[in-house]
Design a protein around this ligand. Structure first.
Ligand code: HEC
Length: 153
């Protein structure tokens, strides 16, 4: 008796969900929202270093070191939010995150190593080394995305 009146509401919700561009994260711990917010910070933090690497912005030692350390502090944060019950809409993570958990962990490890290396050279003023390290970090973002993130927005 109590379920029947819900049906039109569910149907409405489905329609609305299809129309709105943002599906709500209904998980009690907001796993998808939390990890996506962290990844957005990845991009924001990496960006000024990318500009330096491409000669679009001057290298300022203190600023560059601060950005590298900020990225390092972020770099191990998203992974805990890929919990076993964390594969639900609106995630863009591929099912391989969960079905190939070992590979996903390896990809995190090589990313973390690339960020540590960037921190190491960040204060050196050695621009070729800095450029190479930024590129390695960017490649490790991309290689994980190729493997574990779908193109669908
Ligand atoms: C080990 C794998 C891995 C690495 C390394 C990684 N990402 Fe991601 N990233 C993901 C996955 C998986 C998602 C999809 C998350 C979701 O939607 O649940 C994602 C999503 C994103 C998003 C989209 C967030 C949103 O709001 O939908 C951005 C932006 C992003 N990553 C940037 C980066 C940047 C920049 C780096 C490198 C500094 C990076 N990522 C490194 C796996 C990775």
């Amino acid at each position: 008796m109590r379920i029947i009146p819900l049906l039109p509401i569910l149907a409405m919700a489905t329609l609305l969900g299809a129309c709105s561009d943002r599906i709500k994260d209904t998980h009690p711990q907001q796993l998808v929202s939390k990890r996506q917010a962290l990844f957005k910070q990845f991009t924001k933090t990496l960006e000024p270093m990318g500009l330096v690497a491409r000669d679009r912005q001057d290298y300022v030692k203190a600023d560059f070191m601060a950005s590298a350390v900020a990225l390092q502090e972020l770099s191990n944060k998203p992974w805990v939010y890929f919990a076993a019950d964390g594969n639900y809409p609106p995630t863009r993570a591929k099912p391989e995150v969960w079905s190939q958990a070992g590979e996903f962990k390896l990809s995190q490890d090589s990313f973390l190593a690339s960020v540590n290396k960037l921190v190491e050279v960040s204060g050196s003023a050695d621009l070729p080394a800095i450029r190479a390290s930024v590129e390695t970090v960017e490649k490790s973002c991309k290689s994980c995305h190729d493997q574990f993130r779908s193109d669908r927005q």
